[in-house]
Design a protein around this ligand. Sequence first.
Ligand code: ADP
Ligand code: ZN
Length: 708
Amino acid sequence: MPESKKILQTLKEYFGYDSFRPLQGEIINSVFAGNDNLVIMPTGGGKSICYQLPALLLPGVTLVISPLIALMKDQVDGLLANGIKAAFVNSSQDEKEQQEIYQQLLDKELKLLYVAPESLSFLDTILSQIKLSLIAIDEAHCISAWGHDFRPAYTQLGYLKNRFPDSPIIALTATADKATRQDICEQLNIPDAIRHLASFDRKNLGLEVRPGIKRIEQIIGFLKDKPNDSGIIYCLSRKATQMLAEKLQHQGFKAEAYHAGIPHDQRSKVQEGFVNDTVQIVCATIAFGMGIDKSNVRWVIHYNLPKNIEGYYQEIGRAGRDGLPSSTLLFHSYADVVQLQKFADMSGNKDVQLAKLDRMKQYAESLSCRRKILLSYFGELIEEDCGNCDVCKNPPTFIDGTIVAQKTLSTVTRLKEQEPIGIVIDVLRGAQNAAIYDKGYQSLKTYGIGSDIAWRDWQLYIIQLINQGYLEIAFHQNNKLKLTSLSKKVLFEKEKVSLANLKDIEKAKETTAKPAETIKTNSLFEQLRKLRLELAKEAGIPAYQIFNDATLKEMEQHRPMNDEEFMQISGVGNQKMQNYGYKFIKTIIDFSTEKTEKKKRKNKNKGNTHKETLLLYKEGLSIEEIAVERKLAQSTIFSHIMKLYQEGEDIDLNQFIDKEDINAIKKAKEKLENPEGLKPYFEYFEEAINYNTIKLALTILEKEKSNH
Ligand code: ADP
Ligand code: ZN
């Protein structure tokens, strides 16, 4: 077994990391010890290094079985970028390409070989001629019919252990359930495999649930502080993905829809754009995301409620694989619940599905730490509240909601349980609209008894009453609100109802809406990102394979300005240092000197603020741009320009004004017989020409006069 010093050295040299993530070290040692291993780690936990690093130090070749051709190419590209010799064989290649790879294998030029299970049988001859040091089976749950992703070709993999008894097997998956785990080991013939179960806690994922009302508005608000961050929005229907993508495009976002009904070519294009950061947002059905190894997905939104917690956790798990803070937002609506209940009814194992849906619903409605609920679902118990979910951040306080509940329930009674939530609120608030008058609801006894509470607040209260079981929505009957057995207790037995204080909910939204950090479009991080994108385009690989966001963030923070400092950054290995080090260091140095120059200039011009404006003007910036750059009002910059002009600086004022305006003001001047000041002009034009323009025109006219 290699020494641990050698192992850590290899980790830095090839992958650029200084230390292991939890369990990686143990797993790698166990591989070197010759054991078979089963690794269960959440998405983003860092499974790949568990076999890629041993592959480098073991004498022969590591065979990697991987289900998706797209993923394979991606992984191999990533390895090559790190200077690791790897290749894949699959049906997309012609015979010549495959022969070349076989030759490389025989010449001992490869450390890793990726294959799809379908191609394994063709490789038998060649595999018998080389030394197989290790066999890695990625996405190993595909072998089990218990898993959620069964692939028949995986079932053949059981023969590997008999065929290559001396090569240890490492099977890896993110599927936690016990039946599947057991099944994987049995089917692979590795009953004694050492099991490594990593924590499913992904602390960097913020968890948030909101009522599914005005979702589009909420999404646009959510995106305000994330104008460039990559994210995925999961929807239940294809139609919703398309509608959302269009709405977001109108708002100026680079958003695309992705679902199984879109032609294959177009889908690949969207996926590629997303991976390469040219598509920012993908609105997708659940088909999207499997097999995409993009580490800088900064947020995931569920437009609809997912059908179970496994799916939900896998989908939010696609955010923040690089370990940086990432946001997740789930919209909870009762229409979705009913839709999903229908799907469950139609499915083969209805009871299981409904039970799973129920757990999902409980999660969404929870008034205690959400992460606790999630992790307990995966059999992990945490003592402390997480501090990174909406409930922890803003624990609700409760108010006595008995009167609110009584008013609502008696209105529903008087409406004979025949109206949806909107009309119930209109009656409570005493609305004067056609819907009310047509049906004569203004004469109901409860009409207007809730006019002191805003419409939206009523909505949030009634949703809570539904959550607590005091009301039901009859989705099959136009969403009419219905009483339940609990309603009677409130109406006739004086049961007390407590409701979450809406002020807390509002406050929660404000705090979550606050940007995590203010976005500076001209920050060093943005410049490094730009450089990364250029390099990725040149090399024809995804941007994150150059460096991930976490690495760029560290560069921004530590500002390495020479090779040695640059090598200290996590994510920088030897190969990448050689390929990209110079360019990144140069960008950092340029950025830093530029900043100090600017500062110097600023200091020199202190108290001479219009001189600072002059410098920027001479750089070719417009008034608007100077105002942004200097964080001053446009009118201030304008007055600087005037002053500079009067001081004799070479400034062409004509560029700031229309000829027509000058002529109009010239005429006014004659008519008004040279009045004092600007106000007479302003009034003359009935405020249609602003003060700046008037001032400009007069200055120009003055100059013209003195030139004559
Ligand atoms: P998984 O296959 O479990 O979803 P990956 O192997 O793709 O996860 O790793 C997820 C991310 O974590 C990748 O960007 C990878 O480079 C990074 N990573 C893995 N191990 C480490 C480590 N020891 N230190 C820092 N980053 C790591
Ligand atoms: Zn929490």
